[in-house]
Design a protein around this ligand. Sequence first.
Ligand code: ZN
Length: 190
Amino acid sequence: MFSGGLDSTAMLVQLLGETRDELRVHHIRMVNREARAQAEHSAVERIVAWCRERYRPFRYSESAVDFSALEAIPIDYLSIAFVACQVAIDTPRCDRIAVAALARDTDIENRSARQRRVFDTLYECYRARKLGEPEVQWIYPVYHSTKRELAATLPRELVELTWSCRRPVREAEQWRPCGACKACLARQGI
Ligand SMILES: [Zn+2]
């Protein structure tokens, strides 16, 4: 699962460089009142092109969830669990889902456990129709790293293509990170 942020970009580079696994990279356009989908999407397009050219070929796909008419901002990890299930079923021989959660992320153990519970429940419905592999494992390839360590594993050019801000500011034809949201603060100094 690929957001276009620093963590998932480092995860992608690790999987491309250190494994021979056949990858399907999937991005979800999360459309909501934060209005970050467009900025994120242009980062994703550039990163995918960059990585395909320099590492090895991989399959890429995307889908969208549009909650822009809702007042509240839905929980991302639930949308990710839902989409990951559809993508796993749609991918022949898929037996692992990689997410770029970090041990230092807020309340990550509980959030990941809940995310897998949502996934497992959905996946069971497909298994009841005899679809999908018997077991799908969630893996966390960059879990024990800090953001600083992850940034250090990437070429600088690629770090600069990543997008983290949740509340981008529109400036002429460009997006600028707000510098104040949780995601901006987490990558301060990188
Ligand atoms: Zn921000």
